[in-house]
Ligand binder design. Structure first.
Ligand code: PXL
Length: 285
């Protein structure tokens, strides 16, 4: 990396000790892409909330504002502020303060709220209701289908046509420049990640094979690679392509060994691939 300024991201997500999600996957992904990731933990959990009991959890709502104050005092700059899993509705205000303090950064909101048509167990109706406030200040959002339907006030769909997906992307695109909806079952045996860039003006899709298993943390890996790729100067379809192919390799690797789903995906052996810039599997939606 000669003559290229290193990019720096403030990542406002939880830290789950076991289960490979949020900061535990986002830090290694961004580091492997040559990007400095500064974690701003929203909570510390012993495991993620998908399939474990007796979870030890420490809410860090009071910490986020104090961390931001110190960064401002120190004059630390961030090229991107990226929010994800939040532990309380009050944390929406802290994220808004962060986005406001770094107005010129790439503001990425992964509006983590749920999956498979249901909210995660720690997500209250108030927290879900307020997530739209972050969407309205973001440059990039990466909802899954469940989260997109909550943001739009629509029923969770069983199956979607390309036309309906485009209408959803366009509606979210009235509020934010780049929208990527993940995990859309657009065709038999395939799942697509679909995206819309309001400024560039284009609807894109990247397909991957359907795997009959569901793993936590894959949305975090996808959004982490997408963020790193956009920060590196890639176009939206190239960034979607890189994020989809890295996530798909980790999912297939995990599935091929028959590993327990709640432990997350086996992504560590593939981190070196994030240095590979070739990608060309995208199409117009
Ligand atoms: O990957 C989403 C996620 C992040 N953080 C925590 C979670 C989940 C999903 O279950 O429980 C703590």
């Amino acid at each position: 990396m000669i003559n290229k300024k290193q990019q720096r991201v403030a990542a406002i997500h939880d830290l789950s000790g076991f289960g490979r999600c949020s900061l535990a996957v986002i830090i290694p992904v961004l580091s492997s892409m040559g990007i400095q990731c500064c974690p701003v933990p929203t909570a510390v959990l012993s495991t993620h909330t998908g399939g474990f009991d007796d979870i030890a959890i420490k809410d860090l709502t009071d910490y986020i504002g104090a961390a931001l104050s110190q960064y401002k005092k120190l004059g630390i700059e961030f090229d991107s502020v990226y929010s994800g899993f939040l532990a309380s509705a009050e944390q929406i205000d802290h994220c808004l303060d962060f986005f406001d303090a770094y107005k010129n950064s790439l503001k990425v909101v992964d509006p983590v709220m749920g999956d498979h048509g249901r909210p995660y167990r720690t997500y209250t109706p108030e927290l879900c209701g307020r997530m739209g406030e972050l969407v309205d200040v973001a440059d990039v959002i990466t909802p899954n289908l469940t989260e997109a339907s909550i943001l739009l006030g629509e029923q969770y769909p069983e199956e979607l046509t390309a036309g309906l997906v485009k209408r959803w992307l366009a509606r979210l695109g009235e509020r934010v420049r780049i929208t990527v909806i993940t995990g859309v079952p657009l065709a038999e045996g395939a799942i697509a990640n679909v995206g819309f860039d309001r400024e560039r003006g284009g609807f894109w899709r990247v397909d991957c094979d359907y795997v009959p298993a569901s793993y936590p943390g894959t949305g975090d890996i996808f959004a982490g690679v997408l963020t790193g790729s956009l920060l590196s100067g890639d176009s939206l379809p190239i960034a979607m392509d890189r994020a989809t192919s890295f996530t798909q390799i980790a999912i297939k690797n995990t599935f091929s060994y028959g590993l327990e789903a709640r432990n997350g995906v086996l992504f560590e052996p593939s981190l070196g691939r994030l240095r590979d810039e070739s990608a060309c599997g995208f199409k117009r939606l």
